[in-house]
Write a protein that binds this ligand. Structure first.
Ligand SMILES: [Zn+2]
Length: 381
């Protein structure tokens, strides 16, 4: 991405609300922002069962008319169009997404299809803390077969982001763990973009704010990540979980967009070229991407060890086989490397030219470092 000048740009949602039973405040929070109805809530069966009553009451009490639409399951161009068509039929002025990253991205894309964000506003209500989607203005679009399709940039951020931590505490552990991988990458990627004086996702240069938020995100995860994962096993909302939800959702969301992405996310996109990885979360793939990036950049060994230790503690992959890919398959590793270096990929934000050979070797060396780490853990048991 090339900015036309050296202006620093930082961007964010208008309001962020997080906490126990936050859904009960949805209508009130929308009212504070003078948002308009009718409202269309897009969701899936699980969030509806868990929170449907709460949002229905809250919207009604605040004087909003609302209808509901079930999400089709994958954030494709066709699905975004279907949601947009529905919104137009309902004359919706606000679209609310309750669910995971793909619902949020599909609804955001739909808002973009309806207008430029002034026709219809967007409320994002993540029920899992698994991706950077909730706070951003970016849509990650997929093909029907789950492979990566394209990024779409919206003019506007969500007007409101509302995170009910009671719902997150009941979400699958693997989703939170994926979020940890995605969020941990934020600092390592933003740091490289800073060093390279490259552009962030907003087509501008980094502010000090963006890099500071990324660092705070990383510090919280390393400190509280394992305890937050534990709290999910008993579905408890704890201070550690609250801090990690904020890191995964707000800090990581602002950090990646205003900080910029690099190799870790390109490796993620590369990994989606292998159909075996389709059942793994975004963050699980990004987590392996961090290891690849640190090796490619020749960072100190202790930094790699910190990430290996973290991945191991919280249950993120350390090796390619942890994502269903056979590292001995030259074809697979080559495809991943080639896809990760496609034109426009964030890997090109490195301050040096990255070749396919370099990427292949970094992937293989990351896998090797992960395998060695796991073997040593096994022996010391
Ligand atoms: Zn991500």
């Amino acid at each position: 991405m090339s900015g036309s000048n050296n202006l620093k740009v930082f961007s964010s949602p208008e309001r962020y609300v997080q906490g126990r039973n936050a859904t009960h405040q949805l209508g009130n929070e929308m009212k504070k922002l003078a948002m308009k109805g009718p409202v269309v809530v897009v969701t899936t069966a699980t969030p509806k069962k868990l929170l449907g009553e709460a949002w229905t009451t809250s919207l009604k009490d605040a004087g909003y008319e609302h209808t509901e639409l079930l999400f089709g399951g994958t954030c494709t161009a066709a699905e975004a169009q279907r949601i947009a068509d529905h919104a137009v039929t309902q004359n919706a002025k606000t679209l609310v997404a309750f669910g995971g990253g793909q619902i949020i991205d599909a609804v955001r894309a739909a808002v973009g299809l309806v207008g430029d964000g002034s026709v219809c506003e967007f409320v994002s209500c993540p029920t899992v803390a698994s991706t950077d989607a909730p706070c951003s203005a970016l849509c990650v679009m997929y093909h029907e077969d789950h492979s990566f399709h394209e990024y779409r940039f919206m003019c506007r951020h969500p007007t409101l982001v509302l995170v009910d931590t009671t719902a997150v505490a009941k979400s699958p552990v693997r989703m939170l763990v994926g979020g940890l991988g995605d969020a941990l990458a934020t600092y390592y990627e933003a740091r490289t973009v800073h060093e390279a004086h490259a552009d962030n996702f907003l087509g501008g240069k980094q502010t000090e704010t963006a890099i500071a938020l990324s660092k705070l995100c990383c510090d919280i995860l390393l400190e509280d990540g394992p305890a937050a994962v534990e709290s999910l096993y008993c579905q408890a909302v704890t201070p550690a979980l609250e801090r990690v939800v904020e890191a995964n959702t707000l800090l990581s969301g602002l950090g990646f967009e205003s900080g910029g992405l690099c190799v870790a996310h390109s490796v993620h996109n590369g990994l989606t070229s292998q159909k075996e990885t389709a059942t793994y979360t975004h963050g699980q793939k990004v987590a392996f991407g961090i290891l690849t990036q640190l090796i490619l950049e020749g960072r100190p060994r202790e930094e790699l060890d910190t990430v290996l230790e973290f991945n191991h503690k919280v249950g993120l992959p350390l090796v390619l086989s942890g994502l269903g890919v056979d590292v001995s398959s030259e074809k697979a590793v080559c495809e991943i490397a080639e896809r990760s270096l496609a034109p426009g990929e964030s890997a090109h934000n490195e301050p040096f030219e990255v070749t396919v050979d370099m990427m292949v070797d970094a992937i293989r060396a990351a896998d090797q470092a992960g395998a060695k780490f796991l073997k040593e853990k096994e022996v010391s048991k």
